[in-house]
Design a protein around this ligand. Structure first.
Ligand SMILES: Cc1cc2nc3c(=O)[nH]c(=O)nc-3n(C[C@H](O)[C@H](O)[C@H](O)COP(=O)(O)OP(=O)(O)OC[C@H]3O[C@@H](n4cnc5c(N)ncnc54)[C@H](O)[C@@H]3O)c2cc1C
Ligand code: SF4
Ligand code: SF4
Length: 378
């Protein structure tokens, strides 16, 4: 079967599926739980549009950083219930106030993560918060293209999702604002479903929501909160099996190991992330509820920042300061050499076993450094 791009590079962005004039491409889930395009040879007319559109095969150099800021929302409620400094809900509110549409990732009733469109402020909450698994784009790109004829749209996603959207819609629309996230990578949705199933079997109750970045234990030492039908349970992320599999990179999509959309090849107007290490550079900006890094990539992003800046506490910063605590902005997460073995075992073994076997093991030098720091009291 012909591939549009090699499997280890394909991000599953759906641009090829959406652009095909014969509907010959469908996105099919592989054994690891990620979707890839499959071409129906009987329908394909060899027009080559999929290859001409794929953002991996048609790279542009988009090196433009206009400005960078450290920032958080003046409204505590926004930062407490968002993952970083609560910048997304401020921008979403602004777009909805201007009769626009906001698109981001939300769980459905079966706890599958999909990109959905909202038009009402009361729906913002379901988009808020980072969800550490790949979101299904479905046919949202077609919806965007259709609605850009009349509406302002804010689209939030991973850098590869924004690249896919831009590749599909082609023209640069003034009424489309794209925000991407500093991205460590996306874990397998199949692994997340397996994890939820095990939680439900253990408790005998359904999981109805999952908060990956609950700040009950703080911003940097965040917790995962599992919302069952009958109760909520929080666990510090370092003790959570699913999070250990995410942070060890073993459960990430293959393309995240050689991501094409790091700094220097961004398609968004604004990039949002955490500002890890804020107290080192701007101690006066530290906040227990979370601090964001905001990278403005072009004039459209700058214009938007101008509209919302009164709702923020912020200061100018340097891009190197953001990068120093956040290497994911410039380099891909290293693919674990045991990734293949992990996915072969995924269906048979439970999450706790998998986490124990495959989570990142700290090196001897890590422990030695820790002991030395303790001895010299730093
Ligand atoms: C998979 C993933 C990996 C990330 N890795 C890093 C990292 O390494 N370093 C870093 O600094 N920041 C990372 N982030 C970004 C960070 O966690 C926050 O999402 C970001 O700073 C915005 O925070 P906020 O408080 O402004 O908004 P929030 O209210 O937290 O809004 C988050 C936004 O992200 C969207 N979103 C949530 N989950 C997904 C998803 N799976 N796919 C696409 N869009 C999604 C939501 O729709 C919402 O618009 C990552 C986010 C995700 C989803
Ligand atoms: S367009 Fe997107 S989904 Fe299609 S092959 Fe390229 S990266 Fe993969
Ligand atoms: S790391 Fe790169 S390829 Fe992976 S989800 Fe993020 S943007 Fe996409």
């Amino acid at each position: 079967m012909e591939e549009i791009v090699s499997k280890n590079k394909c991000t599953g962005c759906t641009a090829c599926m959406n652009v095909c004039p014969k509907n010959a491409i469908s996105m099919v889930t592989d054994k690891c739980g990620f979707k890839y395009p499959i071409i129906d040879e009987k329908k394909c007319i060899d027009c080559g549009l999929c290859k001409k559109t794929c953002p991996i095969l048609n790279k542009k150099n988009n090196l433009s950083i206009n400005k960078c800021y450290a920032a958080y929302s003046k409204n505590d409620e926004y930062s407490i219930h968002s993952s970083s400094g609560g910048i997304f809900p401020i921008i979403a509110n602004y777009i909805l106030d201007n009769n626009g549409i906001v698109i981001g990732a939300a769980f459905d009733k079966k706890m599958n993560l999909n990109h959905v469109a909202i038009t009402k402020k009361k729906e913002i909450d379901k988009l808020r918060g980072s969800k550490y698994l790949q979101s299904d784009l479905g046919d949202i790109f077609k919806y965007v293209k259709e609605n850009l004829k009349t509406k302002k749209i804010l689209f939030v996603g991973t850098p590869c999702q924004i690249a896919g959207l831009k590749a599909y819609i082609k023209n640069d629309y003034d009424n489309l604002i794209c925000i991407d996230l500093i991205c460590h990578g996306v874990p397998s949705p199949k692994l997340f479903q397996k994890y939820l199933k095990e939680l439900e079997e253990k408790s005998n109750y359904k999981v109805i929501d999952y908060i990956f970045r609950d700040k009950v234990t703080g911003w940097s030492n965040y917790s995962n909160t599992i919302v069952f039908e009958n109760e909520k349970k929080s666990q510090i992320y370092k003790q959570n099996d699913y999070m250990n599999l995410f942070l060890s990179n073993i459960s990430l999509r293959d393309s995240c190991g050689n991501c094409n959309f790091k700094l220097g090849n961004k398609y968004s107007d604004i990039t949002l992330g955490d500002f890890w290490g804020i107290s080192k550079y701007y101690p006066e900006m530290s906040s227990k509820n979370g601090v964001s890094s905001i990278i403005i990539n072009n004039d459209k992003g700058l214009l938007l920042f101008d509209k919302i800046k009164n709702e923020l506490l912020f200061c100018d910063c340097k891009i190197e300061e953001i990068i120093s605590g956040n290497p994911s902005l410039i380099k891909s997460s290293k693919t674990d050499k045991n990734r293949e073995d992990f996915f072969n075992e995924m269906s048979e073994k439970n999450i706790h076993y998998l986490a124990h076997k495959y989570k990142k093991k700290e090196s001897l030098s890590f422990y030695l450094k820790k002991i030395i720091k303790k001895i010299i009291g730093r």
